[in-house]
Ligand binder design. Structure first.
Ligand code: NAP
Length: 307
């Protein structure tokens, strides 16, 4: 019987592992097929406190793992297929293997949706991203584009006008889905140029493999044009990785796990949720790490109360 199983190896998962490790709970971290975390697919991280010169995303994740294992966290590269509650404990199944635990921390994150175009994976970190807060400052005085028409797209486009010379807001319809206040703010910004009824059909790169332009199809006229730019920010939604829980825990209409107010507890006793799997608002490495810390402390208190 494990005291704590942590599912997921992003900032939330590793921080939960560091804290539960230091509390002598010997957490078992289930990492899936490969180490996770959105930072493993980014380049430089400039906004994580403590690194004034910035740090490469994968390096930061390696430091977190090293710190967690130093305090006794054990890592298994197994993908969780289901979690069940049996009385007061949990069964966590990974294919043929089964683990029992008194508490479980879900830190499986959310994957940004992408368009599914050729070469997409290679371009991430080279002019294709889904986080304006993380990468916007790298694109000063150059044109960029945001794809999407929701609150995220409008918020990111408005934020990017602080840096970019111009922000194309490419949306597949002629009306934004975003709330009126955010849509109005974006459309009133002189640096934002909406590209209505349009779908990006191709990412075009330069000789160094960096983003150089996008091909855009006008869905009304069928005309195809090219827009020169340096970076594309995709804001067409996220998919929280909570499907494997198969209804065990309460989620909102978009599939994000619902945390109880001001904590990481869920509607299932002993089951905690941390990071982007429960957060569609902030989605930052540091907020995920903070959530991982809270989940660890709450799991520790839960174990003490139930001893
Ligand atoms: P969203 O509201 O689901 O909007 C996604 C946008 O992407 C939509 O405009 C959609 O187009 C477009 N889209 C989806 N698939 C596409 C595809 N394959 N190709 C091109 N476009 C595609 O997602 P979100 O903006 O990330 O917001 C998610 C939730 O977080 C919302 O509840 C939102 O209110 C909330 N949020 C709040 C704030 C805030 O309050 N500060 C900030 C960000 C997000 P259609 O419109 O045509 O469907």
């Amino acid at each position: 019987m494990e005291k704590v199983i942590i599912i997921g190896t992003g900032c939330a998962g590793w921080t939960a592992a560091i804290y539960t490790g230091r509390a002598n709970l010997a957490p078992l971290v289930l990492a899936g097929d490969q180490l996770g975390g959105q930072l493993t697919t980014t380049t430089e991280v400039e906004n994580y406190p403590g690194f004034p010169q910035g740090i490469m995303g994968p390096e930061l994740m390696m430091h977190m793992q090293e710190q967690a294992t130093k305090f006794g966290a054990r890592v298994e590269y197994k993908k969780v297929s289901s979690v069940e509650k049996n009385g007061s404990t949990f069964s966590v199944t990974c294919g043929e293997d089964r683990y029992e635990a008194e508490t479980v921390i879900i830190a499986t994150g959310a994957d940004p949706r992408h368009l599914g175009l050729d070469g997409e994976e290679k371009l991430i970190g080279h002019g294709l991203t889904s986080c304006a807060t993380c990468d916007g400052a790298f694109y000063r005085d150059v044109p960029v584009a945001v794809i999407g028409g929701g609150d995220s797209a409008c918020e990111e486009a408005t934020f990017l006008t602080k840096f970019a010379s111009k922000v194309y807001l490419i949306h597949r319809r002629d009306e934004l889905r975003a709330s009126k206040i955010m849509a109005d703010r974006a459309l009133a910004n002189e640096k934002i140029e909406p590209v209505w009824d349009s779908q990006v059909t191709e990412y075009l790169t330069d000789d160094d493999g960096e983003m150089r332009a996008v091909k855009v199809l006008d869905l009304k006229t069928n005309d195809e044009t090219e827009i020169e730019l340096k970076c594309v920010f995709v804001a067409i939604g996220h998919v929280p990785n909570a499907q494997f829980l198969d209804g065990l825990v309460e989620t909102d209409e978009n599939g994000y796990i619902i945390q109880k107010p001001s904590c990481t507890k869920t509607n299932v006793e002993g089951l905690f949720a941390a990071g982007d799997v429960a957060d569609h608002v902030y989605r930052q490495a540091i907020t995920a790490a903070g959530d991982g810390c809270r989940a660890a402390l709450e799991a520790e208190r839960y174990l003490a109360d139930n001893e």
